[in-house]
Ligand binder design. Structure first.
Ligand code: SF4
Length: 243
């Protein structure tokens, strides 16, 4: 197993957290210039529904169920009037399908009754919809309307922002607040979408590939995650041999 530790470079010491965040942003833009939202959708309400379905589920899985779902219920009115049991059957494989179906139907009913059938464009209005928290609202505002109202914080953004030393928090609201203070508003969604790419391809939860990571010199935990794992293995081996 790899136990090497990279030397702490002087530029990292000098750099403020904000400077580091900006440099990471530039590199992410270079690394993933064509990054886009990986959910499939045609309209704002379809994006809203896909994002609700993506909770505790991969975008890939969501993209497998939405073609049939949107063929059967293509717009907000049909979703608001949908039979919940039928909805449940269509989205079952995304997990938590009862809650998700209930929320999708209720959210669409509210959009029809309170917002004239249009997915609202303001954060405080989106947060009134059942099943919609800041993560979903940020995705919808950014990708359906081009509005950067906040930073989308999902599991990848949470993990990588922590590893990159940009937040000490684990609560998404606090992580978002930290990131909003470090990054230019016009790049809030750019950041999230590219960090998700990096999390999926390089900085994976169980096995971050620090040896090939283009952010390595900017990352205070480079190789440390692996080291921690090695230490844990060594400790447990020692306990076994000691006992
Ligand atoms: S250096 Fe390692 S821990 Fe840091 S961002 Fe890259 S892969 Fe993740």
């Amino acid at each position: 197993m790899d136990t090497k530790v990279i030397p702490v470079i002087s530029t990292r010491k000098r750099s403020s957290k904000k400077q580091r965040a900006l440099e990471i942003l530039v590199r992410l833009q270079r690394l993933y210039p064509d990054a886009i939202c990986s959910l499939s959708y045609q309209t704002p309400v379809q994006l809203l529904v896909a994002t609700i379905l993506s909770a505790q589920c991969t975008d890939e899985r969501v993209n497998k169920v939405t073609p049939s779902l949107f063929a059967r219920f293509p717009d907000v009115t049909s979703l608001a009037n949908a039979d919940v049991a039928e909805l449940e059957n269509l989205v079952r494989s995304t997990g938590f399908y009862r809650n998700k179906s209930k929320n999708i139907k209720s959210a669409c009913q509210m959009i029809v009754s309170d917002f004239g059938g249009e997915v609202p464009r303001r954060m405080e209005q989106l947060l009134l919809l059942p099943g919609v928290a800041r993560k979903t609202a940020n995705v919808v505002l950014a990708h359906a309307y081009g509005i950067n109202a906040g930073v989308t914080v999902d599991t990848h953004v949470t993990r990588l922002s922590g590893r990159l030393g940009l937040t000490e928090h684990t609560d998404p609201i606090r992580i978002e607040r930290d990131l909003m203070s470090l990054l230019p508003q016009q790049d809030w969604e750019n950041w999230s979408i590219r960090l998700v790419y990096h999390g999926r391809t390089v900085c994976k939860a169980r096995s971050p590939a620090c040896d090939v990571c283009q952010l390595c010199d900017l990352c205070p935990t480079a190789f440390h995650v692996i080291q921690a794992k090695v230490s844990a293995v060594t400790d447990s081996s020692k306990k076994i041999s000691d006992s």
